[in-house]
Design a binder for this molecule. Structure first.
Ligand code: AMP
Ligand code: MG
Length: 403
């Protein structure tokens, strides 16, 4: 049985070696959120393109301003105004945030530090040369690379591309991830389950997780716990870039996923990880495609997806495998877990004042989706710890979709 870190490294190594070149598409900057960039984006000019005021106030020669000094105000400069005339000696001009600095001027005095007396401005304090000005080219030189292949495009990256006029971006196509649930008891979510059946909620959570991770879900429905049905649907799934199964990987007589995959030529790199929930998680490569067999208990499926499938989607999509969204918090309520496995407990982290504080929520184990729906993180209890006292520092795995 691998540790959590070994299992993640294993996924990253095996998929990293397998990646074929990604199909690339041109995407409008309005539609590229979450995609992986496949080109360099460079500046079209210097940034800022002119010496820019960062305040509303008066533009001056710094050496002419002292407490009590008065300067004649000879006009105003708005953001967007063309500026070419130098500032005449012993004068100032009113200037707005985002406007260009005229030649000869070297500082902006905030309006709050001045008094207007008709055509004259009285200054309350001195100002340093350069104050409240962002010099031309100080954010980026002309032709400088700002974004690189492999970067995932979030709102800041998209704004940066837009700023330099890159309105169409070469991006990797989203990897297509087949989702197949298994189990004789599982019915489609649109249908009414019989008294001993359950709805296929795993396909819903997995489709959402695939999307958030940057993939395109291809939902294949459910396979019965029978070799033929599993075989057919797995074969369909192997047409996509990766296949994620839920259920059928434990020790039960009808847990047939590994057996069927093996017959189809899968090579397995692990089939157990020292975590709870999620211990029976399986990872392998079958007919050249990464395959994940995630345990069927809903919270196990969700946790193992975040730990193992999300980084795989990064790699398949041309990005680096993301780090786990871990942070540290102060434990708010004592814990007592069995040692030997790394535990992930649905928990709520709250930021009061300086230190985040985390409390595990009451739950009935890995079938309890309601507990997770009230959680914004998992509290991570390391395999070598059992009792943890209030106030100790613990690791927290954030649910990035809700925090
Ligand atoms: P398994 O991993 O197949 O042994 O399933 C473990 C538990 O998860 C059982 O209680 C199943 O009924 C439940 N389960 C399996 N598949 C799903 C699914 N697609 N949606 C919701 N629960 C499931
Ligand atoms: Mg099952």
């Amino acid at each position: 049985m691998l540790t959590l870190e070994e299992a993640r490294r294993n996924v990253i190594e095996h998929i990293g070696n397998k990646i074929s070149s990604r199909a690339i598409v041109g995407v409008s900057v309005w539609d590229a959120l979450g995609l992986v960039l496949m080109e360099e984006v460079k500046t079209d000019r210097e940034y800022p393109p002119f010496d820019r005021s960062t305040r509303d106030g008066y533009v001056v020669r710094a050496k002419e301003v002292a407490p009590g000094a008065k300067l004649k105000c000879v006009g105003e400069i708005k953001a967007g105004d063309t500026v070419s005339e130098p500032l005449a000696r012993a004068t100032c001009m009113q200037i707005m945030t985002g406007a260009a600095i005229p030649p000869g001027a070297d500082a902006i005095v905030m309006i709050e530090h001045t008094q207007r007396e008709g055509g004259v401005v009285r200054f309350e304090r001195a100002v340093q040369a350069g104050q409240n000005i962002v010099p031309r080219g100080s954010e980026a030189a002309a032709g400088q690379t700002l974004l690189r292949p492999g970067m995932r495009l979030g709102y800041a990256e998209l704004a940066l591309a837009a700023q330099v006029g890159a309105v169409e971006l070469e991006c990797a196509k989203r990897p297509r991830v087949a989702i197949l649930s298994t189990g004789d008891e599982v019915v489609p979510v649109e249908e009414a389950p019989g008294p001993f059946q359950i709805r296929n909620s795993n396909s819903v959570s997995l489709a959402a997780q695939v999307r958030i991770a940057g993939g395109e879900p291809v939902v294949l429905g459910n396979a019965a716990d029978r070799v033929e049905d599993l075989g057919e649907k797995i074969e369909r799934g192997l047409k996509e870039d990766a296949l994620v199964l839920s259920g059928g990987v434990s020790m039960g007589k009808y847990d047939l996923v590994e057996k069927v995959l093996k017959v189809m030529g899968a090579e397995f790199y692990f089939d157990a990880v020292a975590i709870r929930p999620g211990k029976p998680a399986v990872f392998g490569i079958c007919q050249g495609k990464p395959v994940f067999g995630l345990p069927g208990n809903p919270v196990s499926t969700m946790v193992t997806f975040e730990l193992f499938v999300a980084p795989a989607i990064d790699l398949l999509g041309g990005a680096e495998a993301r780090a786990l969204p871990l942070t540290e918090a102060r434990l708010g309520e004592a814990l007592n877990e069995k040692p030997g496995l790394t535990h992930f407990l649905p928990a709520q982290v709250e930021w009061h004042g300086r230190t985040p504080e985390v409390k595990a929520l009451k739950w009935q184990g890995s079938g309890d989706i309601a507990a997770l729906a009230n959680a914004n993180c998992f509290l991570v209890v390391p395999a070598d710890r059992d009792k943890i006292a209030v106030g100790e520092r613990v690791s927290v795995l954030l649910r990035k979709d809700v925090v």
